[in-house]
Design a protein around this ligand. Structure first.
Ligand code: SAH
Ligand code: MG
Length: 199
């Protein structure tokens, strides 16, 4: 990585921290980029751009990939546009400013990375699985949601958080019982699931 890129990425991470933008954790990111390289992934669809950190890191680490990424929050989207430009990745990262549940895409992708509203992962999965190549992968981040998903309900004080955890558990069940996919759950980062479309 070029030195100036490195310092810019550091700035992005500092911005995320200061503005409470939940970017992917370090080990989750290594998992993702290793996975991309190992499986020769070329086309990626990301749901949840935030400020573009994960998309940019995938693009920089994996020179063969191109990424389409969707974000519904305008401030974050504009920040992502700025960051992608700054790192001269406009050719490889396409940013879409829209609610992902309203986006219909024609293209197919080798990997769909779901990292948006955690309560809606099932809906994102169902909206975009038609855009997956025949043996493609759907990877979902934050399956453990800071450890809350494995906690007992009564240990979680906030009602909203309990509802969110229930949704993530429903999504886990949806993946486990989905006959069309083979899903593996990893404790890496904030919990990552990898679902592969069966033949
Ligand atoms: N992938 C990013 C982090 C994304 S954080 C990274 O690791 O760098 C999750 C993002 O998803 C937030 O910015 C949020 O605004 C966005 N989001 C939530 N629901 C969405 C939806 N329905 N459509 C598009 N973006 C959504
Ligand atoms: Mg995440």
């Amino acid at each position: 990585m070029v030195g100036s890129n490195y310092s810019y990425i550091k700035e992005m991470k500092e911005y995320a921290l200061a503005e409470n933008v939940p970017i992917i954790q370090e080990d989750g990111l290594s998992f993702l980029t290793n996975f991309i390289m190992k499986n020769n992934i070329k086309k990626i669809l990301e749901i949840g751009t935030a400020i573009g950190y994960s998309a940019i890191m995938m693009a920089i680490t994996c020179p063969n990939v191109s990424i389409v990424t969707i974000e519904k929050d305008e401030k974050r989207y504009l920040e992502a546009v700025k960051n992608v430009k700054k790192l001269k990745l406009e050719d490889r990262i396409t940013l879409i400013f829209k609610d992902a549940l309203e986006v219909k895409l024609e293209q197919e992708y080798d990997l769909i990375f779901i990292d948006a509203a955690k309560s809606q992962s099932t809906r994102f999965f169902l909206n975009f699985e038609k855009n997956l190549t025949s043996r493609g992968y759907i990877i979902t981040d934050n399956m453990n949601f800071h450890g809350y998903v494995s906690k007992k309900e009564e240990e979680i004080k906030s009602k909203n958080l309990r509802a969110l955890v229930r949704k993530i558990r429903d999504y886990q069940e949806f993946l486990k019982s989905n006959e069309k996919y083979e899903t593996t759950f990893y404790d890496t980062g904030d919990g990552i699931s990898v679902s592969r479309k069966k033949k």
